[in-house]
Design a protein around this ligand. Structure first.
Ligand code: RP5
Length: 160
């Protein structure tokens, strides 16, 4: 089995419906990844262990999704030098605006690359993780370019 290069973490199993889209695009592009439920609030020790051990285990990028008071991406970024891509999961109370602001508004010095709320953000986090890895992997770069060309070819010239 290939060692995972991307770690997809999320605050709750309820985030999987969103975060599965990041996993799907990585599957499609042939990028080895792992998925874990790691809550900043409910399992802080699990988060500490995951983030502090991520680079040494060979992970290259972390995709972190959370909703509400979404501390997971920022806390993960605080404990690893790996790039962390944050996905604001759409919350019930505030439609993900709370998640977006919690993830995007990091103080200078601890970056989290913040994507869009919900499914598009999860897809783009997967694509961005692949793009980062493709800078040093020519075969992946070719697969990513082919995927992009396919997407372009699928756009109709007229609406009906
Ligand atoms: C966050 O709280 C999770 O990331 C999730 O989006 C949200 C709700 O979690 P559950 O109550 O569904 O477990 O920590």
């Amino acid at each position: 089995m290939t060692s995972p290069l991307v770690g997809i973490i999320m605050g709750s199993t309820s985030d999987w419906e969103t975060m599965s889209h990041a996993a799907a695009i990585l599957d499609r592009l042939g990028v080895a990844h792992e998925t874990r439920v790691v809550s900043a609030h409910r399992t802080p020790q699990r988060l500490y262990d995951y983030a502090t051990g991520a680079a040494a285990r060979g992970l290259k990028v972390i995709v972190a999704g959370a909703g509400g008071a979404a501390h997971l991406p920022g806390m993960a970024a605080a404990m690893t030098r790996l790039p962390v891509l944050g996905v604001p999961v759409e919350s019930k109370a505030l439609n993900g605006i709370d998640s977006l602001l919690s993830i995007a508004q990091m103080p200078g010095g601890v970056p989290v690359g913040t994507l869009a709320i919900g499914r598009p953000g999860a897809i783009n986090a997967g694509l961005l993780a692949a793009a980062i890895l493709a800078t040093t992997d020519d075969a992946l770069a070719a697969r990513l370019e082919a995927w992009r060309a396919e997407q372009t070819a699928a756009v109709a010239e007229t609406p009906e």
